[in-house]
Design a protein around this ligand. Structure first.
Ligand SMILES: *[C@@H]1O[C@H](CO)[C@@H](O)[C@H](O)[C@H]1NC(C)=O
Ligand SMILES: *[C@@H]1O[C@H](CO)[C@@H](O)[C@H](O)[C@H]1NC(C)=O
Length: 267
């Protein structure tokens, strides 16, 4: 009898422990990620802002390719500043292109945030959250905590009504011709995620109907905006993430419109 009780007791104890461990797991997966706001990575102000309606129906996953993965706050702040300079100065965009970036340190970094039109995937910029998984993920998978933060960020967006419940998750190359972004390893990973949306540039209507006229409009409106593609390192994979490929026509058009409306841009 006492033996039997002991047995029951330890089973119960085990059960308790399992329940507690399980609860912690569930709570963790619902935890908001640590988000480093713009002020904490010393972001420059955007040259202009275009508001975006929420919730958005798409989440677009990118890798940075360059800069490489960052594993601590200091390096990730450096990566954010590098990307903002590349996008704002070299590319003449209004701001860093992504909505958010996520470091291998497991932190999320605020880019344009939830409710501003981004510059990361033409034709999808005004209806998606663009998340850059900082690093080159063609051959290696990002560390577990980096992937976990991407999940948490998306879940947070859904919970807060920024991202539609039935959102479509895509990799950049599914909505853009000629890019290998977000890298094969990361792409294979996100294929297994909830809400992954199986599409390709050939099947998304946005590219079929808008590609040609938009590109013409950009080259006409912004003759000096081309980032010299010759500058890219020779080991750059074909069209992989080179800045000019990400030239978001929406962003440039918006910037030109704003310039016309308000010659002196107020930050
Ligand atoms: C951005 O522009 C700076 C200054 O012209 C240049 O040194 C740098 O190489 C450019 N960065 C890239 C990635 O093209
Ligand atoms: C996004 O921009 C396109 C092209 O300007 C426009 O047709 C579309 O209605 C916009 N979508 C949203 C959700 O604002």
């Amino acid at each position: 009898m006492s033996n039997k009780n002991k047995g029951l007791c330890s089973v119960n104890l085990m059960h308790c422990v399992l329940v507690i461990v399980f609860s912690i797991e569930v709570v963790n997966s619902l935890t908001d990620p640590e988000i480093i706001p713009r002020s904490q990575w010393y972001a420059k102000p955007p040259k202009s802002i275009q508001p975006m309606e929420n919730p958005v129906p798409y989440v677009v996953i990118h890798h940075s390719y360059m800069p490489p993965a960052c594993y601590n706050l200091e390096d990730c702040i450096g990566a954010m500043q590098w990307m903002q300079d590349l996008h704002q100065i070299n590319n003449s965009w209004v701001d860093i292109g992504y909505s958010f970036a996520v470091g291998s340190d497991g932190r999320a970094y605020e880019g344009r945030g939830w409710s501003r039109v981004g510059a990361h995937a033409p034709h999808f910029n005004n209806k998606s959250i663009g998340i850059c998984v900082i690093g080159d993920w063609r051959e290696y998978l990002p560390p577990e905590q980096q992937l976990a933060t991407v999940h948490q960020l998306i879940q947070m967006g859904v919970r807060e009504g920024k991202i539609a419940q039935d959102y479509r998750l895509v990799g950049h190359k599914q909505v853009r011709y000629g890019t290998a972004c977000p890298g094969n390893k990361l792409y294979d990973e996100i294929k297994t995620w909830t809400n992954f949306y199986n599409c390709s540039p050939d099947t998304v209507p946005e590219l079929r109907t808008e590609a040609a006229p938009k590109e013409a409009a950009v080259s006409e409106a912004t003759p000096s905006n081309d980032t010299p593609s010759d500058d890219k390192p020779s080991d750059d994979p074909p069209s992989d993430d080179k800045p000019s490929d990400d030239q978001p026509s929406d962003d440039v058009d918006a910037e030109n419109r704003l310039r016309k409306r308000a010659p002196s841009v107020v930050y």
